[in-house]
Design a protein around this ligand. Structure first.
Ligand code: PMT
Length: 403
């Protein structure tokens, strides 16, 4: 799984820096190419000669290689990487990463890195337990970085507690597992709906909702990252897609989303319906702006929009998988189960507006996944990119059973 992978290994000033030598050896043995970026403090603990001999690459520490105007491009390095691992990561470097303090080559490279980032903390138990360190780690998690928890044991201070950098073979296994899961949707075609729909009242007004598209776009990126060809049907949102395997179709109304989804669904392996589709639209749309000239009420007559999920559920082939969402405010499980069955979904992702940090607009979500056989999985509040990973994992398991 690591063969041919480009790994940036960031080393900081910790007694655990010696373990970086074992990390490099392990990665190289498995066919990966390692580029070491070390902080000035890191060099006090392990020499660049050792690191460059093991990685067969010069070690990068300074912005400038020589005093002749040449410099190391952290941007190029960030683009080269398939993964960045900071091991050992001191409290200081974790703090700098969490707060964008780019005063050395390692943090600058981190800020330029588009690849997944893994952080293996190493420090004394009290430093690790300190609220500042924990908050900084939480912040890194919220950016989608993966923290490889330190182990409990004897520390450099001879105190015993949690803070020892995880052993190199375990860290290598985490990256191997990551790259093997990465292929989970290789060769699959996935359709995703995201964002709100706008139902026009007149040229300046519409009926809509608060969906930002963040959850659906995170799913599109995660599916593409795991090897799928993604068609993303997006309602009106101000988000960009990043992954080249995502084809985006922009729509505005529920009817437009329905047309696009019905057209695309027959050729995909799975659909994930994350859009917050307006259930109703005004029966007629005023051609000119409705003026506030008369006192009293304005009556809008609404008609039902097509139910995209139910329509796709009705034409779903046995080999296809269909995943829906349920956004609820009360009696959550009952409503979600009813939608799961009525729309002929394989599983439904329930999120409730009663949970702080869940649902519309925020960067986080708290979900439960409900399956047709009555099984249920509850997840804690996480960044939407991590929630997307959880959903992709369940989806790929299900797709496998239909292959
Ligand atoms: O976009 P964000 O700000 O990140 O917010 C994410 C989210 C809250 C929008 C998302 O997590 C979510 O819950 N999406 C579904 C919202 C919703 O409309 O739920 P629902 O319970 O009303 O609909 C049930 C399912 O049927 C959904 O899969 C929905 O896409 C689908 N549906 C609903 C109505 C309709 N006419 N057609 C549909 O396909």
């Amino acid at each position: 799984m690591l063969k041919g992978k480009h790994i940036i290994l960031g080393i900081t000033g910790s007694i655990a820096a010696y373990k970086a030598a074992y990390l490099i050896r392990g990665f190289v043995k498995k066919g990966a190419e390692v580029q070491v970026v070390i902080t000035p403090a890191g060099k006090e603990f392990i020499t660049p000669i050792t690191l460059s001999a093991l990685s067969s690459n010069p070690v990068i520490s300074d912005f400038f290689s020589n005093r002749d105007g040449t410099w190391h491009s952290h941007v190029d390095l960030g683009l080269w990487a398939d993964a960045m691992l900071v091991a050992p990561a001191t409290a200081s470097t974790i703090g700098k990463m969490a707060n964008g303090i780019a005063d050395n080559m390692l943090v600058t490279t981190y800020l330029s890195c588009k690849a997944p980032v893994f952080v293996a903390p190493a420090m004394d138990l009290d430093m690790f337990a300190h609220p500042t360190t924990q908050q900084n780690l939480e912040r890194l998690r919220s950016f989608g970085n993966r923290i490889i928890e330190p182990a409990t044991g004897e520390l450099a201070s001879h105190l015993v507690g949690k803070g020892r950098m995880e052993e190199p073979d375990k860290i290598i296994a985490v990256l191997e597992d990551f790259f093997s899961r990465k292929q989970m949707l290789e060769g699959k075609k996935i359709l995703i709906t995201a964002g709100p729909t706008y139902e026009k009242i007149d040229p300046v007004r519409f009926i809509g909702n608060y969906s930002s598209g963040k959850m659906g776009f995170a799913l599109a990126e995660a599916c593409a990252e795991h090897g799928a060809e993604v068609t993303l049907i997006a309602g009106p949102v101000s988000l960009q897609v990043h992954h080249p395997r995502i084809r985006r179709i922009d729509v505005e109304s529920a009817n437009e989303m329905y047309e696009a989804a019905m057209q695309e669904f027959p050729s995909v392996d799975a659909g994930i319906l994350c859009a917050a589709v307006a259930d109703y639209r005004p029966e007629t749309r005023a051609q000119e702006k409705i003026k506030h000239e008369k006192e009293g009420e304005l009556m809008l007559h609404l008609v039902a929009n097509p139910d995209i999920a139910a329509s796709l559920g009705a034409i779903k082939q046995d080999k296809q998988t269909l995943v829906g969402f349920a956004l609820e405010t009360n009696d959550e499980s009952r409503h979600a189960t009813e939608k799961l069955e009525r729309k002929n979904l394989d599983f439904i992702v329930l999120n409730s507006l009663r949970d702080k940090g869940a649902g519309f607009r925020c960067d986080t979500n708290k979900i439960s996944i409900l399956f047709r056989n009555g099984e249920r999985k509850d997840y804690p509040l996480k960044d939407k990119s991590e929630v997307a990973e959880d959903i992709v994992e369940q989806l790929s398991e299900l797709i496998k059973t239909k292959a």
